[in-house]
Design a protein around this ligand. Structure first.
Ligand SMILES: *Cc1c(COP(=O)(O)O)cnc(C)c1O
Length: 383
């Protein structure tokens, strides 16, 4: 029995820095105190930096990412509204399911797995159906590893007067995301992806155009009511008991992001993703998302005749290195290697070394170290 060490190369939850874990372990404080208000206020201000907004407001929700998605639908739409949804995988599909759950059958633009949406298709849909209230999109489709061109999509949506709502749960803190500059109306992210946090918090950023709609929106909402959150945020607090420990941990995670600088965070992810992709290619593997590959994770096609899910399970159970496979129709077809959040050069080297081991043990043939030497030449020796 070898000692295992956990490396989470998963598309969330991701690895948590010790500083953040320790911040979460601080003595409990009461949430209706100046002490908590100060932390919450500072965090809410820091989050504006994360979303790259000066004028938007950021709410902290006590839920996983999907809670924030549901909150967006409930706060933005009214009965009888029209909504447009971009579906390019499991998470785009979730927007469609959420709309349907509230009685709004959305118009879906379906994109082939592994491809990004063509912004012109969104324009065509907006032209064809006038009066669409909101367009629900995903920056990084975590199920396929694709990144969508949110900036171009937002500029189109703006022209048609619809609200641009973005699930950037794995985008923010990994890829450039500019709330104000790109004219995004509502954006969300979650704690357990690029933010280097345990699961449990989600963040929603809302701009002034969205407010006009939210104030009058007619779908039922109670716990998720942005109007209540906005009112309480003015008093530096939350409408209901917040996840105090997670809020304290998130403040520390934000301090780390601010210290590195958001542009450097984006650059780090681009560099690590590039090295991972090249490492996989050096092993003769094919990337699933090709030219649309995000910097969040690398989705790699399973080589013919190789049981990729068995390799993933074996690596996880025997070495503690965790990758994930494909979901639903992609099951058994891909392996997804996450490289977001608390990840650096040497972590990617571990990931590729583990990938080599898994494939090699399963009988896939290449020269051991073939992927690693590519990764090392890109990362380690580079000045
Ligand atoms: C992780 C994720 C979500 C939300 O999932 P939760 O399990 O509810 O946190 C939504 N969208 C994307 C793109 C994601 O990666």
């Amino acid at each position: 029995m070898r000692m295992k060490k956990n490396y989470l190369f998963t598309p969330g939850p991701t690895m948590v820095p010790p500083e953040v874990a320790l911040a979460e372990a601080q003595t409990m404080i009461h949430h209706r105190t100046p002490q908590f208000s100060q932390i919450f206020y500072e965090l809410s201000e820091d989050l504006k930096y994360l979303f790259q907004t000066k004028t938007g407001e950021v709410f902290t929700l006590m839920s996983s990412g999907t809670g924030a998605m549901e909150a967006c639908v409930a706060n933005v739409l009214s009965h009888g509204n029209k909504a447009l949804v971009v579906v390019s995988g499991k998470f785009g599909e979730r927007w469609a399911e959420l709309c349907a759950c509230f009685g709004i059958e959305p118009i879906s633009i379906c994109v082939e797995n592994g491809k990004a949406v063509n912004p012109a298709d969104i324009e065509a849909a907006l032209k064809k159906t006038p009066g669409i209230t909101a367009v629900f999109t995903t920056q990084c489709e975590t199920s396929t590893g694709v990144v969508h061109d949110i900036k171009s999509i937002a500029s189109i949506v703006k022209k048609y007067g619809a609200l641009m709502v973005v699930d950037s749960i794995t985008g923010i803190g990994v890829h450039p995301f500019m709330m104000d500059e790109w004219n995004i109306d509502v954006a969300i992210t979650g704690s357990q992806k690029g933010c280097m946090m345990p699961p449990g918090l989600a963040f929603v950023c809302v701009n002034s155009s969205a407010w006009a709609v939210i104030e009058k929106a007619g779908l039922p909402r109670y716990y998720w009511d942005f109007r209540k959150m906005r009112k309480e945020l003015k008093d530096k607090t939350t409408p209901f008991t917040p996840a105090v420990s997670l809020v304290m941990a998130m403040k520390t995670a934000m301090d780390m992001i601010k210290k590195e600088g958001i542009e450097n965070v984006w650059k780090r992810h681009a560099r690590l993703a590039h090295a991972t992709r090249e490492g996989a290619k050096a092993l003769g593997l094919e990337l699933f998302a090709g030219e649309y590959a995000s910097n969040v994770l690398t989705a790699i096609k399973a080589p013919k005749g190789i049981d990729i899910d068995k390799i993933i399970k074996k690596l996880r159970d025997e070495t503690g290195v965790t990758f994930t496979g494909g979901q639903d129709e992609l099951k058994g077809m891909i392996v997804r290697i996450g490289h977001m959040g608390y990840v650096n050069d040497f972590d990617v080297i571990v990931a590729i070394a583990a990938l080599e081991k898994g494939l090699y043990d399963a009988g896939y043939r290449f020269e051991l170290g073939q992927g690693l030497s590519t990764v090392q030449s890109l990362l380690v020796s580079k000045k």
